[in-house]
Design a protein around this ligand. Sequence first.
Ligand code: EPS
Length: 392
Amino acid sequence: MLKVLTAGESHGKALVGILEGMPAGVPLVPEDFIGLMERRQSGYGRGPRRLLEPDRVEILSGVWRGLTIGSPIALLIWNRDHRFAVLEPPPLEAEEPTEAPLTVPLPGHADLAGALKYGFDDVRPVRERASARETAIRAALSVPARRLLQELGVEGVGFVVAVGGQAARVPARATVASIRASLDRQARWFLTPDARIVPVWKRLIDQARRDGDSLGGVVEVWVEGLPPGLGSHVDPARRLDTRLAAALMGIQAVRAVEIGEGIRQSSLPGRQALDPIEFSAKRGWHRPSNRAGGIEGGMTTGERLVVRAFMKPVPGPCRLPSVDLRTGRPAVPAFYRSDTCAVDALAGVAESVVILELASALLEKFGGDTLEELAVALEAYRRRVAKFAGSA
Ligand code: EPS
């Protein structure tokens, strides 16, 4: 199983991350990170910070001559906008900390609960670590896992399906490849397959920015090429939907997760809500529909995995009424730079955490110290499950 650990504050010196559990022999070069890191910073409505941060990923360990070697992979991204001086000892002669304290917690942020929990009267240490800047290194850690899945014929894509309540239209016959191609064609403002909705979203975001407001939205992640049977029904913690929901909820500002058409299924009668099963020599086991979103009983069905993550509006620009931690008096939070809409970034991050979870589930089921061992075990399993029980 893969273990993921990140460290770093938004305006600290650097973000660092460790990925443990990767087999040896997975191709990985620094260029593999570039596309995803750019995508994570993309999007209309982002603040000026992204122009400052090139998000160049340095591989510190676990890779030799362009291949993983089975040991922990350590990655590093330097922050150019490094001014979180609280972490450094103040100069000896200074009596006051160099950074002005932030004593008014931002409603909708981790500030207040974090300050109470850790005993701070300055919310900066909480805000710095709670920041979604951390997702830069989390996304980077997914790159070795992506390379592993690609070698095994598994491909995924994350894209935006709604901003501020306005939904995009996704073509009925779309595939991961066709969505990817449409994102490449028009990735300038939003990662969405629906070019028609782009001016609508831009107008909404422009208005929100003028109003000192922010907007949330919804992203979808699709993954194709998965074998049936990843995850398990035998224990709640081993269900893949448990793990995917936890991974997606773990992304800053995500407030809800849906697997397949889960929400709609809950209001339909069973005969309409559930997917029939079919078998043919050519396609093996399959479903003519995929309302389950590729997971039943906590296991992959072999159909396309479809998950959605719902993001609340980021709190930074809203500055709702609050209370000063030091005086107990009503106060408005200090101006704090932030994004108006970060839903586009969420598309790349949601894709990343799903990829990490799937690679982990694959390694758990098929093991192997090398990519080759893993591929052989997966191939043997694919052959076995392509048949029905009574066949020779
Ligand atoms: C963030 C606030 C903004 C975002 C940042 C996440 O940063 P700043 O306060 O420096 O303007 O731009 O996101 C990134 C820098 C990034 O790379 O995603 C927050 O509070 O979550």
